[in-house]
Each structure stands twice: as structure tokens, then as C-alpha cells.
Ligand binder design. Sequence first.
Ligand code: ADP
Length: 625
Amino acid sequence: MNKKYKMSYHDAMKINRRALALMYKHFPGAVMSTFVSAVWGALTPYVGIYLSALIISELAGAKDKNRLITLVLISLISAAAISLVSALINKWKNVKNSYNWNRMWNIFSQKMLDADFAVVDDSKTQEHLSIVMQNENSGGWGLTRVLGNYSSLISNVASFIGGISLTVTLFVSRVPESAGGFTVLNSPLFIVGITAILIAVTLISPALSTKAGSYFAKNSKTNNYANRLFGFFGFLGFLNEKACDVRIYDQEKMCDKYNLDKESTFGSGGLFAKIAKEKEGPLAALSSAVSVLFTAAAYVFVCLKAWAGAFGVGEITMYISSLTRLSGGLSGLLSTIGDMRNNASFLKTAFEFLDIKNPMYQGSLSVEKRSDRNYEIEFRNVSFKYPGSDSFALKNVNMKFRIGERLAVVGMNGSGKTTFIKLLCRMYDPTEGEILLNGINIRKYDYYDYLSVFSVVFQDFNLFSLPLGQNVGAGVNYDRERVEKCLSDAGFGERLKELPFGLETYLYKNISKDGIEISGGEAQKIALARALYKNAPFIILDEPTAALDPIAEAEVYSNFNNIVGDKTAIYISHRLSSCRFCDEIAVFDQGQVVQKGTHDALVADEGGKYHELWYAQAQYYTEKE
Ligand code: ADP
């Protein structure tokens, strides 16, 4: 059960209003056109109802030919005008709303793009986002529902008001005194009584349907979990990366248990089938039955009054139609309010996600753009614990490096190398100590300005399914010559010459059928070219070559070293052979820098970690030596 399910009416409406304001901020045209369409759609039917009543009354009464012709003409012209305007409004609405889905998801996507890396990297954020996505996608709960609900609210209010304006006379028109016993219909008590019955019947129906709808909201957690299972197991056959394992171990049957089992949440014996059979179904049926009662009561009341002579035959159709619409408006209004209340808990989850704070301090200093590119970075007593972790991933790290140097960061897996880079690039702030750029704490710099100083090729770097040139230039517009040079420096020059559309060749086939599939090694070269193209003073390779064998990695690193020019290059690897050419090698062990020096000095220190690792790994590359 969703514990957050219970929310007061006031709070539920408040959060719905907040959601509407958010929608309006992001897509005002969609909101306005939907509202205009709702009001127009709700009110215009009354024009027809009213004019038909006049025509029938005329036919049943005076039968004045000229008046009849005039009424028919007015009816036709107004029907045509209404259709025309409706079509225009609909067109406007469709155009303005065509992009809602993308824009709504962009609100969530933008939130993640604007979030501190620490927030994005937090598993709680990912879990939260996944729940929001499932609510929106599987049940259409949350922001997805807001515009529809408000449109329905407005439309029902308009129907209700329109209905009242045409039915007031039903209640106030009097049966002639000559009608004998029928004069009871004039009694205020009778009018109050029948109005109360009509309202009561009108209210029961939406109350039942809201109750029926609430079972879904109450069980949203179970639904989300089942959807998560479905999201994976339901599409297992589509996943080519799993195709081999599934076949070898015949895992299909095992997975069916999670997807097609009768007793699973969506199965015929599962929770939602039970709810549908035992709760939702009977309530929805009862709700429909009750609305028939309303029509019966309305017919009896209107016909009795007409029978007793309170009004003519024309009004009968007008009152019945108007009463039905009025009642539909009122019950629709209540259903909508019920739905908005049910949706409020999902909106709460969505807003809790959108309200996640960015805890990182944001400075405003701009990084000095030095023509001599004379930058110096210093780690001063830096220690760091990942959020929620008790142990230090880095402990008391002190390090200084200047532009032009080649620094290697080596150590076993888990020794803190990547954490060191994440702190350097301000993905996280140190728990203790500080990092300085040219003597100033990096927190004081404008974040994006500070990031402009670094090019990093991460171990799990990502390329886009976009043209090669845009990947390297990291933009739609780029300097072709420089992109070609960087690709050629990174060792992709020959392959580039073979590409059918040169720099315009799409990578992968997700977007263009003419896209090319590239090998892991080629992807690395493109990623290296992108890092070179950025032309930042610091360039970092964080084991993007981990998939290569040690000898190939050493080759990539030393080739790269020849092309980085006067930049500071930082090489990360758990394989010592790859970094032996560096001016300085920092050896990480359990989050600490345990040794620093050149390869020759470190390997000579027999008691040191480097010596130990070097000889442990020697078997992989002594052949080459
Ligand atoms: P390396 O790059 O040398 O392999 P890392 O810097 O990735 O090492 O990891 C250092 C330590 O920090 C390891 O104990 C690792 O388990 C831990 N660690 C890494 N990333 C996270 C994270 N996001 N949350 C918690 N602990 C982490």
C-alpha cells in the first residue's frame, strides 16, 4: 500500500494547482488551447438544445411559418458556425498539444541534467526517478494526468453552469391551480425534495467510480514493482546482449515465471484481476446503474410538470437534455475531483523528485584564461567518503601538478583512482581538505567555467548516435579541419577516409540506417579525438582502454602522450606498464597516495607497493620487453 496515499482535500488541490502552474510555465499554449476547447465543447451543445426546444414548441403551438423558418435558419447557421469554430479550436489544440509528452519528460530530464553529479549518482535519486517514470508511463499518473483533469474540471463546470441556466425555469415554472392534485409540484418542499434526490443520485455515481479508481492508486507500489518486472522480462527477447546467455542456459522458462505466471500481479489470478473482479468491477457497474436512476427521476419530474400544464412539449426535450447534461457535469466534476485527489499522491512523488536540492556550493569566479596556459592544481589534505558510506575512498591525499606535466595515477582496482578524478573534476566535493586551482579553492569557480579546463575520457565513455564530426566537436557546428586533425592524431585517420559520408557519417544505426557500427578500439579513438578537440589544458584518460590487453593499452597511452603537446596529461591505470613513461607516478593504495616518483625510482624501492605490483603484473608484459 502507498503510505503517502492519504492527503487532505486542501493539500491535494494545492499540489494539483502547482502541477498546473508548472505545465503552464512549460507549455502555456497547450494549457490555454485545452481550456478554451473544454469550455467551448461544454457550452455549445446547449445552443442546439435551446433552439430545438423553440422549434418543437413552435410546431406544437402557434405554428407560425415565418417564425419557424427563422428558427430553422438560425439553428442551421449556428450549427455550422459552431462546427467551424470547433474545428478551428480543435486544430489549435492539437497543434499546441502535439509535443506535450516530449516536453513533460524534458522537465524530468532537465532536472537530472541540472542536478549535481552527486545527486544523479545517488542510487536513491535513480530509484525515485524510476518510480516517477513508472507512475507516469504505466498508469498515466502524475504530471501526465494534470492537463486532462483540469480540462475535464472546466468542461464539467461549464456543462453544469450551462445546464443550470436552462433548467432554472423547470423548477420555478408553476403548474396551474386548475391542475388539482398536481399543484403539489409547486410546493417548495417538493422542489427541494426532488432537487435533493436528483443531486444525491448524481453524487453517488462519481463517489462509486472514484472509489473504484482509488484501488489502483492504493496499490501503486505493487503495480510499479510488477511493471518493473514486466519492463525487463516482458521484452527479454528484444535484448541482443542477453541472447547468447538466454539460449545457453535456457533461461526463458525461468523468466516466464516472473512475466507470465497466472498468480503474478497482472496475471488472471493476480492482485489487479482480483481488484477488478471483486472491487472495481462491481463498483463501476453500480455507478452506471445509479446514473440510470437519475434519468428515470428526471423524466418523471419533467413529464409530470408538463402533464400538469407547467410548460409545453418543446420544453420537455430541453429540460430532459439539459438536466442530463447538468447531472453529467456535476458527476463528471466530482469524478474529476476524485481523480485529482487520487493523482495527488503521485504528484507528490513527482514534486519530491523535482524538488531535490543541489547541495554543492556554486562559486562565481571565472577561471583565468591564461595565454601561457600556466595552471597548477593542488590537492591539499583531501579526504573523501561517498554519501552514505562510512569508509574513506580517499584519505589525506596531497598532490600538486602543473601544466605540461605527465602524471600517472596507478593502483589496484578500488584503490581510489577514479574517485581522485571525480574530485578533481568537481563531481563531488572533498569531505575534508581542499583542491586548489592556481591557489584558489575550486569551489569558488563557476562550475562550468572550471570544467572547461578538463578533458576526460572515462572508462565507460559514451558516444552519441550522431554524425562522427558532431561527436568529436561535441556540437552541431564544429571546425572540420580541427576535427579531422584530432581524429587523425587519435589514429582514426585511415578509417575516416573509408567512411561513406566522412564526418557526416552517423555512428551506430539507432538514428540513421546508413550509420556505421564501430569496434571498441575505434570508439576509443573517437573518444580520444573528442578529448583532444576540446583543447583543454588538462587531459585525463581514466582507463578508457581497460578492455584492451596490457600491451595494447601501453601503446595507446604512449602514442597519446606524443600528441597531447603542452597539456597536462593524467593517465589512470591499474596496469603499471601503461604509465611508466610519465614524469611522475602516484601510487594509490586503499585511498591513499603511498608512493610518488618516476618508474625507475619506484621499481627500485623493493619494499614499496609499486615494486610489489610491478612484479605481480610482470608476466603480462615481460614478453614484450
Ligand atoms: P579505482 O578507480 O581505483 O578502481 P574507485 O575510486 O572507483 O577505485 O573506488 C574507490 C573506493 O570507493 C572503492 O572502495 C569503491 O568501492 C568505492 N566507491 C566507488 N564509487 C562509489 C560510489 N558511487 N559509492 C560508494 N562507494 C564507491
